[in-house]
Design a binder for this molecule. Sequence first.
Ligand code: 13P
Ligand code: ZN
Length: 270
Amino acid sequence: MKDILEAPFLIEMVRTAANMYSHGWDERNGGNISLRLDEADAAQHLDTSAAIRDIPTGFEAPELEGLCFLVTGAGKYFKNIPYDPARNLGIIRIVQGGNTARLLWGLSDGGSFTSELPAHLMSHAARLRADPRQRVVMHCHPSNLLAMTYVHDLDERAFTRTLWQMCTECVMVFPDGVNVLPWMLCGTNEIGRATADKMETARLVVWAQHGIYGAGADLDETFGLIETAEKAAEIYLKIAHLPLKATLSDSAIRQIAAHTGVTPREGWLE
Ligand code: 13P
Ligand code: ZN
């Protein structure tokens, strides 16, 4: 069996977490990631029939029965993931209809999966229904997007339009726009269900006064999605208080979309 620390999926997870930390998106234990693993890939690096311990999840996710996920641990600092992946990350298999996460590797100090597992797994189920290639759910606390939720209308269309107007690339990267949840208590099944509902129609879901969720086919794509939205929020906060001399018009955004072959969310452009 190959060394798990040399598994491409593990290396990429560690690098992504380190990159998120260095972008300032994951202070202390802020943020969490889950990556759906390919069974054959995982089997090259670990005994996938192993059961180190079973951890109850407190919710059901029958569509995910039997699937394996590499996840960050609850209370683990992203800063520390590169120094000790086996302590800060875990590989779980979803069993008993989603009620149980069977630990196959990691969380070596006896820890548990991220407290946001409901939002992650329910979002995986929603994204898998939308697109079977989707593998990643990522949550973090990027400063500009978070700040924007204090000063911008939280209407999803208005929020998305502002982001699309901030950088030419935005509509190409997230043509489906950004969905927004009002502040809710985190770490609960309720916010998990609400996030997953929002994930049915967009790959980015802002949690007002908290952070953002992104979903994608791989870690790079999902990181890039959040990175692009965060950049747009940064531009917004730089210009929102200044007299405007120019805007990116709806017609310009339509041209970008047509030129790059993406379809902006129906009805979100004038
Ligand atoms: P965890 O440490 O449990 O992953 O929680 C961090 C977080 O961002 C909660 O929303
Ligand atoms: Zn959070």
